[in-house]
Ligand binder design. Structure first.
Ligand SMILES: [Zn+2]
Length: 368
């Protein structure tokens, strides 16, 4: 999950392309194709998260995490119609190294949600590959996807969300959807940077207060190891690593971050019985990924690592800090076409690499 953009949003920023607006005319007149030749680099890595069910009418804290299956099909068809070759990360790296070949696109799904299993039939029908970045602790059920737990509590109703975190009490009104969204974002921004122990205590208290098994049922929201093995055996789905517990790496000491990166990969390799070559930084934003984190991914031996922002990929990018194009929520294929142009520049420059061994954070939290 990319709660990295919280408190604004943790997924793609979805804006309407108004008829008559300059963005509308860029795609309506096909000007995006010319812009892509100029600024669109040599490929694109699209970042998605969850597959939204057709009957899903729940309120979501971050709608940008959800994309309906028919929209994923539309993405694949649009990319192909625009001349992109759908490939996996291994082939994308070959294209980057050779600096030739048609433009490539990689579909990536973060975290390992159970609804990703529904992708298989679609990908088989369209013969399109994809990469799923998996947080191993979610699959093992030792770590909850706490943002979904929070969302479940807010979906229960009620007029306020009370959070006790590290001795601090917080309360936000939740009477209407706008208030719920505000409460969700505020709570997420605090929980993201809390120590794992403090976060777990806060969630346990919420579980008790609301009499909802938000922690014990978290495994049901994620893929099982058997499902992951089946997806991988299809030959269309490649599995990448996404740490053990999905921490904000910038809040960890070097040793803690190394352990998260290494153990997440080892767990996947043990269960899938094959090498795991690719990595996605948890949150993947400018706040959580800097030179030291990139150095650790490089030192761990990953062939590639992806961020959660930055636009199209070009040969000038570090393969251990590849940009992605987010997609989800109310986004349409017109939004995708605009993002493929590279016009929408990253709000933050991509992080620069530094030597391994540098500190991951200037003020790392104490090791629990
Ligand atoms: Zn994630």
């Amino acid at each position: 999950m990319e709660i990295g953009q919280i408190p604004k949003t943790n997924g793609p920023v979805s804006t309407e392309i108004k008829t008559g607006g300059w963005r509308h005319w860029i795609t309506a007149l096909g000007l995006d194709r010319g812009l892509r030749c100029w600024l669109g680099g040599c490929g694109a890595i699209v970042m998605l998260h969850r597959v939204k069910a057709d009957h899903d009418t729940d309120w979501h804290g971050d709608p940008g995490l959800f994309t309906p299956l028919h929209q994923i099909a539309a993405i694949i068809e649009t990319l192909r119609a625009e001349g992109y070759d759908l490939v996996n990360m291994d082939v994308a790296l070959q294209r980057l190294a050779l600096r030739r070949g048609p433009r490539f696109a990689v579909l990536t799904f973060d975290d390992g949600y159970r609804d990703n299993y529904e992708l298989l039939a679609l990908l088989q029908r369209l013969q399109a590959p994809a990469t799923i970045y998996v947080t191993s602790g979610f699959i093992d059920g030792i770590m909850p996807d706490w943002w979904s737990a929070l969302e479940r509590i807010l979906n229960q109703g009620g007029t306020a969300l009370r959070l006790c975190l590290a001795g601090q009490h917080h309360c936000w009104p939740t009477a209407d959807p706008a208030a719920r969204t505000h409460a969700y974002r505020q709570a997420c921004s605090l929980l993201r940077v809390a120590t794992p122990a403090a976060r777990l205590d806060a969630l346990r208290a919420l579980e008790q207060d609301h009499a909802l098994p938000i922690l014990s049922d978290s495994g049901q929201r994620m893929l099982s190891w058997a499902m992951l093995r089946e997806l991988q055996a299809s030959g269309l789905i490649e599995v990448g690593a996404h740490t053990v517990s999905h921490p904000d790496l910038s809040t960890l000491s070097v040793i803690e971050a190394q352990t998260e990166i290494r153990q997440g990969r080892e767990r996947l390799e043990a269960e899938l019985r094959s090498p795991v070559r690719h990595f996605a930084y948890p949150y993947g934003d400018a706040q959580s990924v800097s030179g030291p984190a990139i150095a650790l991914a490089r030192a761990a031996g990953f062939a590639s690592a992806v961020l959660s922002y930055g636009g199209p990929v070009s040969t000038r990018h570090d393969v251990l800090a590849l940009p992605r194009i987010p997609f989800g929520g109310a986004d349409t294929v017109q939004h995708l076409r605009l993002r493929l142009t590279g016009l929408r520049r990253a709000r933050n420059p991509l992080p620069a690499s530094v030597d391994p061994g540098a500190r991951i954070a200037s003020n790392p939290l104490p090791t629990p």
